[in-house]
Design a protein around this ligand. Structure first.
Ligand SMILES: [Fe+2]
Length: 260
């Protein structure tokens, strides 16, 4: 089976290119399952319930997130009320935090799959240990669900690589998000886990990680509070396409996807 995972969808430019390019990508790549990280779909910070619905309407099965998931206050009650559970927050927040970090579902063809969202702790808030949380979450997934995709939302390459090796052979893929810069290290690890340090951003690349450059540079110069706006130029969709064996859950290949 083929799984397309779209990297951090950022603001209106990111949503627009997903809307335009996804139908073509579906035709070309024939994915059985489409997933996306959408923590910054709302003007570059957070996501609102209506944007969740907008992205799910594009037949994206599950939306993962990260540290920015709490930026829009509407998301708190949404997590409490959402019936379908298709918006995830990292699993390693405190247990009583709204929302969940795991989704278990079936593709249109009836293949069971699980999506787990984790967040790193290097240069990020000190959440529960993502490694031990991954062990705990994996124990809760029924044995027959072989396709297991992990979004590791983290800053440090070392932490992402460590998680990839830690979970090798136990999940189908460990894919990194958060830095908004795609890395060129896609590989299938020896025990059959596909790995990529960062999927990259789906948004404007003529920017500093998606934001208008001038205000970001100014902030580095004066360290004063600043308002960041989503940039506009060089909008790209950044993703990875996985091929996996639904019987074993092993990844067979991973390929970076870029569309302008
Ligand atoms: Fe993030």
């Amino acid at each position: 089976m083929r799984i397309l995972f779209i990297g951090d969808i950022l603001g209106h430019p990111g949503r627009r290119i997903v809307k335009e390019a996804l139908p073509l990508l579906r035709e070309e790549l024939q994915p059985d399952l489409v997933l996306a990280n959408a923590e910054n779909a709302a003007a570059g910070f957070g996501i609102t319930p209506s944007l969740v619905e907008e992205l799910l309407d594009l037949d994206i099965a599950v939306l993962t997130s990260g540290n920015h998931i709490w930026d829009k206050k509407e998301v708190y009650p949404y997590f409490r009320d959402q019936v379908n559970g298709r918006l995830l927050r990292p699993a390693n927040y405190a247990p009583d935090t709204p929302g969940r970090g795991l989704f278990i579902g079936k593709t249109a063809a009836g293949v069971g799959y699980a999506v787990m969202n984790l967040q790193g702790r290097i240069f990020m808030p000190p959440l529960d240990c993502p490694f031990r949380k991954a062990d705990e979450v994996l124990r809760s997934i029924p044995e027959e669900v072989k396709i297991r995709i992990v979004d590791m939302h983290a800053e440090a390459t070392s932490e992402k690589q460590a998680l990839g090796w830690y979970l090798d052979g136990r999940v189908t893929a460990v894919l990194g998000t958060h830095t908004h810069v795609p890395t060129a290290d896609e590989t299938v690890l020896p025990q059959g886990t596909a790995y990529l340090t960062d999927l990259g951003m789906t948004g404007p690349y003529e920017s500093i990680i998606g934001m208008e450059r001038q205000s970001v540079i100014q902030k580095f110069l004066d360290q004063l509070p600043a308002r960041f706006e989503v940039a506009k130029g060089d909008v790209r969709l950044s993703a990875a396409l996985l091929e996996a064996d639904p019987q074993s859950g092993r990844a067979l290949s991973i390929q970076r996807i870029l569309r302008k």
